[in-house]
Design a protein around this ligand. Structure first.
Ligand code: XMP
Length: 522
């Protein structure tokens, strides 16, 4: 394991991801929890992230003593480097110019065997990405420069004897093309990690942990949405305890065409899981009758979902003869965990939308949680899903919001409007897949607008609804760009929708990015 100490850089999570790409497990720890967490974690090496502070400011985050006491290799990046230099007796000062952007690093020691193992196997000059205001002016005793740039004589430093390293640039970003090689040199070459963090090993270990935790008698329930996260979580639990897992799938009527059948088919028929499909369409639709406000829709859906799920959980508990089903499995991911644990800003962040993670559940439930994916990123969950043999439609499925089509029907949600949207949406996705563009886009769907416009069909006037098409590309769904779909595809989709879907005579394409728009329309 590699511990990544978080000093508040926007790239801290990225460091973890890159280390894991080298198949070495990495965990992010807030710097002020290091004293407590590092001795438990017993890492083979420690990476200190960048951060927004200056080391000489009063109150700036410090280097916890435990970091050097453990005696394992340490790599400081940006603020991490400055912190090492500052703490170990060097000098850090504000630079006259902020250095931001690409720079050329000249590695000390030439091609001969004298270069630092951090740069083993790399060329003598490297493109790197800088982003810093302060710089190291004087090295601490025992340190040498192992690389320099035009602006920073100490762009890379080391105390080889103590295996302490520092980089002024960011190896974790793609703009440092050899960054992966540098991080791999550190975690494998210097820390001696073997690279056995693979989906297969993860599955084996996780299944064993679940078996131990649940015991030979325990029962688990799992809310299944059809998305990849809950699917992978449920499959892991199923591997561990078989039929003592019951999945609960709530059909709220706000699903896409064929979705409910597909979920039941996949999990019950193919994966052989015990699945309870609860038909709650009427309850949800009657809660939504007459409601047009987006936040009100979200609240009502979230509240109803919880009630339905609780009733089902109680029924199952009675069946098993326990007061409450002891365990609830959820597909919580690493970014969710990190954000809620260490991001103080979120407390002050404004509510843009109330996300009801249908599948995520009320805080006051008495279950013990099983969250087998809480240490994984989305792409890692997909890799695990593939190794578990889940079908491609599940593993690579675009995310679908908990409140479903209700937030894609602007205005009141009625069964008729749902049917209209389902048809238009199915055409869009079918054509997208046919064009081979599903995997190249992040989220694609249709939206039904509450306006009508005039058209002409045959010889007659029409006065009918507008469908908006939305397609975005994004890595993290926090920001997104509209997808540049080919005109031919858009033309085909538009044509089919007006011809095949009753009550729609106009189709528009949404060319807004996020921000300032959001991905969903409500
Ligand atoms: P926005 O519209 O905020 O959406 O740009 C970002 C991502 O979140 C999804 N989304 C939700 N997911 N419950 C969910 O589980 C929700 O209430 C919810 N609202 C939005 C949205 O589909 C996109 O992927």
């Amino acid at each position: 394991t590699i511990a990544v100490l978080d000093y508040g850089s926007q790239y801290s999570q990225l460091i973890c991801r890159r280390v894991r790409e080298a198949q070495v497990y990495a965990e992010l720890i807030s710097w002020d929890q290091a004293a407590e967490r590092l001795p438990q974690l017993r890492p083979a090496g420690i990476i200190l992230s960048g951060g927004p502070n200056s080391v000489y400011e009063p109150g700036a985050p410090t280097l916890p003593e435990v970091v050097l006491e453990l005696g394992v290799p340490v790599l400081g990046i940006c603020y991490g480097l400055q912190l090492l230099a500052h703490t170990l007796g060097g000098r850090v000062s504000p630079s006259r110019e902020r250095e931001y952007g690409p720079a050329t690093l000249t590695v000390a020691g030439g091609e001969a065997g004298t270069r630092s193992p951090l740069f083993a196997g790399l060329p003598s000059t490297l493109q790197v990405w800088m982003s810093h205001g302060d710089r190291v002016e004087q090295l601490p005793p025992g340190f040498v420069a192992i690389g320099r740039s035009d602006n920073s004589p100490f762009a890379a430093i080391a105390h080889e004897g103590r295996r302490i390293y520092g980089l002024q640039f960011h190896p974790e970003v793609r703009h440092t093309p050899q960054g992966m090689a540098i991080l791999t040199n550190f975690v494998k070459g210097i820390c001696g990690c073997t690279g056995d963090w693979t989906p297969g090993n993860f599955i084996q270990e996780t299944v064993a942990q679940i078996q131990e935790r649940v015991g030979p008698e325990g029962h688990v329930i799992c809310g299944l949405s059809g998305g990849v996260d809950s699917a992978v979580a449920a499959t892991l639990v199923h591997r561990a305890i078989g039929d003592r897992l019951t999945c609960v799938f709530v059909d709220h009527g706000l699903l896409r065409q064929g979705e409910a059948e597909q979920v039941v088919e996949t999990f019950q028929r193919h994966q052989g899981m015990r699945l309870v499909a609860v038909d709650a369409k009427e309850e949800f639709l009657s809660d939504l009758a007459g409601v047009t406000d987006p936040e009100e829709k979200r609240k009502r859906i979230g509240a109803r979902f919880i009630r339905v799920f609780e009733a089902e959980a109680a029924r199952l508990a009675a069946q098993w003869g326990t007061d409450t089903p002891a365990f609830l499995a959820q597909g919580t991911l690493y970014p969710d965990v990190i954000e809620s644990a260490s991001n103080d800003d979120t407390r002050n962040a404004r509510t843009i939308k109330t996300h009801h993670n249908v599948g995520g559940l009320p805080a006051d439930m008495t279950f013990q949680l099983i969250e087998p994916l809480r240490m994984l990123f989305k792409d890692e969950v997909r890799a695990v899903g593939e190794v578990l043999g889940l079908p491609e439609e599940i593993v690579w499925r675009h995310p679908f919001p908990g409140p479903g089509l209700a937030i894609r029907i602007l205005g009141e949600v009625t069964w008729e409007r749902l049917e209209t949207l389902r048809q238009a949406d199915a055409i869009f996705l079918e054509e997208l897949r046919r064009a081979g563009l599903y995997r190249q886009t992040s989220q694609v769907f249709a939206v039904l607008l509450p306006v009508r416009s005039v058209g002409v069909m045959g010889d007659g006037r029409t006065y009918a609804h507008v469908v908006a098409l939305r397609a975005v590309t994004t890595d993290d769904f926090m920001t997104a760009d509209w997808a540049r779909l080919p005109y031919e595809l858009l033309a085909r989709v538009s044509n089919r929708i007006v011809n095949e879907v009753d009550g729609v005579n106009r189709v528009v394409y949404d060319i807004s990015s996020k921000p300032p728009a959001t991905i969903e329309w409500e």
